[in-house]
Design a binder for this molecule. Sequence first.
Ligand SMILES: [Zn+2]
Length: 340
Amino acid sequence: MENAADRAVLAIDFGGTQIRAALVSPDRAVHARRAVPTDDEEGVDAVLARIVAVAGESRDEAASSGLPDPIGVSISSPGPLDPWRGVVLMAPNLSGWRNVDVAGPVRDALGLPAFLERDTNVAVVGEWRYGAARGTRNAIYITVSTGIGGGVIVDGRPLVGADGTAGEVGHMVVDLDGPACGCGGIGHVEAIASGTAMARDGRALMTGDPTGVLAGLAAGRDVDAELVARAADAGDAGCMAILERAWVAIGALCASLLNVFDPEVIVIGGSIAEHRPRLFEVARTEARRRVLPVLFDRIRLEPAALGGDVSLIGGLPIVNDRIGDPAHAAGSRQPQGAPS
Ligand SMILES: [Zn+2]
């Protein structure tokens, strides 16, 4: 869906590992890229200062290259967060991040309206407008990496929810008696199919089999999901079972999402999904086993199309759609009730 009225935006994406910034032009090209480590152990203010600094550098470089001026700033962030006030409520992977105003400092420092959105919502909007869900009115995005997240488009609009947390598909229950999730819940798909869960299961496997393939590959290093996957590729039956169970859980998640939201497509991205085509094979089979019969013949599970730039490119519609929206006016001015 091309939008001739779209104008360039300054896009920021930050998480537990790095802070990125770039200018995204209306043709979705990404210019003047900047990336620095987040280094969240230095504290909230230091991270906010780095966010402002890299965004400013990117804008200056874009300006000196003759690129169009951005009309606003999109900020893709871990959640949960309040997209209307521009405040991160809690970021489990960033130490000390509770009720942090991010849009305010960015707006004040850069003199541009700034809009904060959960990383997975930026991704679903990006994939919906320009990627694998293009042309649909109902779509779901799932990211499978360290955690599992997602976003939902219903009847041509991103689903936000009462608290801004709608679409947190990683916390859907797929196993009544399953393992505890990082959020405190039980049997959530993130506790079974995320990179964190695979690493946990890998460590348990290695404890019971200290001379196995995984232990050999680890050679004393900490086990992560990539190592479990490599051991599975090398034929380790226990690691293959960990991966298969994860893909089955994702298939069950897809079936539930299909049954509830009736989307035209489910797009699956993230670092694990990108490198594991078998995920799609197993998830499609499992989704068919569990979906309502009426949906059986038209299940579409597609790999994400925009790759790692989705959280930057998705900023284009985020800013252009919200800039005139009174519900997001806090992104353009001092929030009501804030100290002056
Ligand atoms: Zn959970």
